[in-house]
Design a protein around this ligand. Sequence first.
Ligand code: SIN
Length: 305
Amino acid sequence: MMRDLSVDIAGLTFRNPVTTASGTFGYGEEFLDFLDPGQLGAIFVKAVTAKNRDGNAYPRMAETTGGMLNSVGLQNKGVDHFCREIYPKVKKFDTYIIVNVSGSTVEEYVEVAEQINELEKVPAIELNISCPNVKLGGMAFGTVPAMATEVTAAVRKVYKKVLMVKLSPNVTHITDIAKAVVEGGADVITLINTLLGMAIDAERRRPVLSTITGGLSGPAIKPVALRMVWQVHKAVAVPVIGLGGIMNATDAIEFILAGASAIQVGTANFIDPQASIKIVEGIREYLERHKIASIKELVGALRTE
Ligand code: SIN
């Protein structure tokens, strides 16, 4: 029997629920020696801002127990460069290309979203209101419900396609932020971005990262991510895309049971560039083993009684 891996995300049909997290998969091109992007449900490309950003000073990555810290600082060459140089290459991939849109002000988010809206082969954006590594904007928008609504609503006015919003876990009540972005017009919620953390070099008595703090990702954050996906799935009616420490197909299935309609593979791409396609295969095997016809049957199917 054929197993149906396809999922519906706000009108987009992903061929399977496995996608790659922004910032961990470049613009897809970097991975062409390892996989065909057409094997994935979608790819979320690196954050794009209005103007060139050099990012934070080095060191800006650190390995930690069960994870890694980054403080890249949204390094990218700006939206004009993306449209001119990157888009013509990525639009050839046989999968959905979703652009992570970042900014320091509401106006900047709107400006970038307006330009990306013109790109025919990009059916959705992921509004990044959760980057913990910038002095202005980023996570600041994702930790105050009124600001989350404001930036989402402003982008909603100019962005005509599927609007996804990526939430920060660095809040007390994740469902308040989820409801706030839905109120602003979000079609889909992606969560979680990284948890704010730090690493210290005891010998030098100094922080490891130049920015002192950074965003923690990897298996260490998976239980937090699962809990938040589960809470948000119950609290809002829009589809949820889950991420946070997914390393294998079992992790992916756990997120889907918690309520994610699709998942993003992030830190695992740095360890094994084929992690995402191995996860697709592992999900297929799980469906086979449990005699489940469609992955959709598992979304939110966690048994709690
Ligand atoms: C970064 O570029 O600092 C990471 C992006 C993010 O956490 O959203």
